[in-house]
Design a binder for this molecule. Structure first.
Ligand code: UD1
Length: 431
């Protein structure tokens, strides 16, 4: 096992390119299953979750080649629709394979991905959507078997705009007979990216990015080449890190439109942000102003994935800020760790009351999940003294060599092994 050691208090400065989006790449890799030929993907980040998805595709019979950020998938020899349980356990996102495998083979067997550190994470909306398309689902303990001789288009209303359920239904419906309409669909940019990719393979999908998505099923999918969008959560992390350290950072290959809600909050807090095309400059010279009240909600509102990062920033603000978490019930695990670094945060139900402090102090802290871990790294960069972040395998699921990325911006950060530790556990990789 490894840890990150950070000497804080140095403003970040410089220019950095944003990696491809994990949350776009994973469903797109799953959707490739629909194609009988070769798919070439570019701008794929090198992350633990991506490697697990490649392992699963290989186990199902795909030929996989990887060179830098490019992945070549040959789907012509795919022979199985049974995702091995040990691989399924390693990554919750393997559930994305359910829709496309069902469409290709008429049957799929998966295992309950279960809850995780950030909440219960049910899949009922995925299953209801597939049932509406004609699938017969049998749950036997942990095993879920799904069959459909023929998938048929349907009108589907989601009780909640779930990102994963919208994507799973889109992928299955792309190959169904007739028209499917998803009402109350999630509107995240990653869903638009999935639509663009599926259409590049020959699908006929319209409306992603709005709350109504229409899918006219097609019988065949053709090989294609596709480039993944930039990762808005990584960009948001760097934006907050630049501001929290009172730095001056330029982000390249970023889509500022995907970060509208974060930019709005940061500007209200006194951060200078200038965007031009796919470049964004962030500067912060003063102590942040408090944000009276903030709430996480599905896109385009403030993303739950940036809540822990915003909290670090507001813990240094002048006054009391309140953040309400409405998407995942378990997303305040970083609070105790931040308080150990001198923050003054109190949680009551799903609201965090953040009394700003003039400074944070280095401490040894533990990452409990991906974004909580990233928040602790940012806190360490802003803090006085040395911070040690442990359990960093969580962070490696979503950030490509986070220490290299931050060191390029002048951060004093290094990765070191924890002496006498056991290898990184795989079973708690959830995302
Ligand atoms: C995706 C993102 C994750 C992000 C989340 C919300 C990926 C790989 N992960 O996760 O980073 O934090 O969107 O923006 O893209 N729910 C149900 N039943 C379901 C499905 C979801 O009740 O069948 C609930 C969940 O428990 C949760 C909420 O809906 O409370 C949001 O989940 P969802 O939008 O599905 O998130 P994911 O797709 O899992």
């Amino acid at each position: 096992m490894e840890k990150l050691v950070i000497e804080g208090g140095k403003p970040l400065s410089g220019t950095i390119r944003i990696q491809g989006a994990k949350n776009a790449a994973l469903p797109i890799m799953a959707a490739s299953v629909l194609c009988q030929g070769e798919i070439a993907l570019g701008n794929v980040p090198d992350l633990l979750d991506i490697r697990v998805m490649l392992d699963i595709l290989t186990a199902l019979g795909s030929k996989v080649q990887r060179e830098e950020d490019r992945i070549q998938l040959d789907m012509s020899g795919l022979h199985s629709s049974h995702i091995p349980e040990e691989l399924m356990k390693q990554m919750r996102s393997s559930i994305f394979l359910m829709g496309p495998l069902l469409a290709r083979f008429g049957a799929v067997t998966v295992y309950q991905p279960g809850g995780c550190a950030i909440g219960e994470r049910k899949i009922n909306l995925h299953l209801q959507g597939l049932e509406a398309l004609g699938a017969v689902i049998e749950e036997d303990g942990n095993t879920i078997r799904c069959r459909a001789d023929k998938l048929k288009g349907a009108d589907i209303l989601l009780d909640f705009p779930s990102v994963g359920a919208t994507e799973n239904i889109m992928m299955a419906a792309a190959a169904a007979e007739g028209r499917t309409t998803i009402h109350n669909a999630a509107r995240e940019p990653e869903i638009q990216d999935l639509q663009h990719f599926l259409n590049a393979m020959g699908a006929r999908i319209y409306g992603a990015g709005t709350d109504t998505i229409t899918i006219d099923g097609v019988a065949r999918f053709t090989p294609c080449t596709y480039r993944i969008i930039p990762d808005r959560i990584v960009a948001g992390t760097l934006l907050v890190a630049a501001a929290a350290t009172r730095g001056n950072v330029t982000l390249e290959e970023v889509n500022p439109q995907h970060l509208t809600s974060l930019i709005h909050v940061m500007k209200r807090s006194g951060v200078q942000i200038i965007s031009s095309g796919d470049i964004m400059n962030v500067q912060c010279h003063n102590r942040p102003k408090r944000i009276e009240r903030m709430m996480t909600s599905p896109y385009p509102a403030f993303p739950t994935d940036l809540q822990s990062l915003l909290m670090v920033f507001l813990s240094l603000a002048d006054g009391l800020s309140i953040i309400k978490e409405t998407v995942f019930e378990g997303r305040f695990k970083h609070v105790d760790e931040l308080n150990r670094m001198g923050a003054d945060i109190h949680v009551d139900m799903n609201a965090a009351f953040i009394k700003g402090v003039p400074r944070l102090y280095g401490a040894t802290v533990e990452a409990t999940d991906l974004r909580a871990g990233a928040a602790l790294v940012v806190a360490g960069l802003a803090a006085h003294g040395t911070t040690v972040v442990e359990q960093i395998h969580h962070i490696d699921r979503g950030y490509e060599q986070i220490e290299g990325m931050l060191a390029r911006l002048g951060a004093r950060i290094r990765r070191t092994p924890i002496e006498g530790s056991a290898p990184t556990p795989l079973a708690d990789r959830t995302g």
